[in-house]
Design a protein around this ligand. Structure first.
Ligand SMILES: [Zn+2]
Length: 264
């Protein structure tokens, strides 16, 4: 995917005092009542031979998140990374067209939280695939109806793409959709206004991409930084990409956390 070289990045620090109490750390899907060192997925699923068990990096328990206050105002903020003060990074997966049968076992073995920005009709065509991923730590968010580049399009068009997808995803999955990612990372002020007007709280760009098992860093550091947002897709290389992302997060001494836990 061609990266957008020049974007106007408005990483917005919160200007509200953090009024809501910190929420408890989101329990990992298969370790809900087992704080302490991460258990192997085999231990959590007795009798189920998971082909990915023992082949993925393991992480210690998630810290209780220190949430970042959303700024409020007439347009939604967009984040390339989150200004966290904890050793966490965020894995995100976009689109949804390639639905590998092994994805569920993979994410069950990975035992991490992640965010899925889905094209609503793609998700709606096979909801059980994504529903099962929510049982393995995934949260479903908005990635438009038709995946057109939004930048420069009229406000009404953008609003329809964003609100329509939110409504559709919420009806399909019975969840509340809070976040948005613009297709191709292309957006303008109308996008962020529509995101806000559709009742969504924030939009997201990314700090790194993963494709064909390779992490592409956006800075010369070549290392995931705390708060980074990692982008991958539902592609044929899904297994390689999840593995590469988790290795990179692990090698940086970080733990995968959930965007939804860090923005309140
Ligand atoms: Zn996309």
């Amino acid at each position: 995917m061609a990266l957008v070289a020049a974007i106007t990045l408005a990483v917005t620090a919160g200007c509200h005092s953090p009024g809501s109490p910190a929420v408890a750390a989101r329990a990992r899907p298969s370790s809900a009542s087992t704080p302490g060192p991460a258990q192997s997925p085999q231990a959590a699923q007795p009798g189920a031979a998971n082909p990915f068990a023992g082949k993925l990096p393991t992480f210690g328990p998630l810290p209780a998140p220190h949430p970042i206050a959303l700024p409020g105002g007439p347009i939604a903020p967009i984040y390339q990374r989150l200004p966290v003060d904890q050793p966490v990074a965020f894995l995100t997966m976009d689109d949804g067209q390639t639905q590998l049968a092994q994805a569920h076992e993979l994410m069950q073995a990975a035992n991490i939280p992640f965010t899925m920005f889905l094209i609503a009709p793609v998700a709606g065509a096979n909801p059980s695939f994504f529903q099962r991923l929510t049982a393995s730590g995934g949260v479903i968010e908005d990635h438009t109806l038709t995946h057109r580049s939004l930048r420069g399009r009229p406000y009404e068009f953008q609003r329809q793409e964003i609100c329509g997808a939110k409504t559709s995803l919420e009806q399909t999955f019975g969840t509340t959709v809070r976040f948005f990612r613009p297709p191709y990372g292309n957006y303008d002020r109308n996008t962020l206004k529509a995101v806000h007007d559709c009742g969504l709280q924030a939009a997201f760009y990314w700090s790194e991409t993963v494709n064909n098992g390779k992490v592409r860093y956006q800075t010369p550091l070549h290392r995931i930084q705390p708060g980074d947002i990692i982008l991958m897709h539902f592609r044929p290389g899904f297994i390689k990409d999840v593995t590469a992302a988790l290795r990179a997060i692990h090698d940086a001494g970080l733990t995968p956390a959930l965007l939804e836990d860090y923005l309140r």
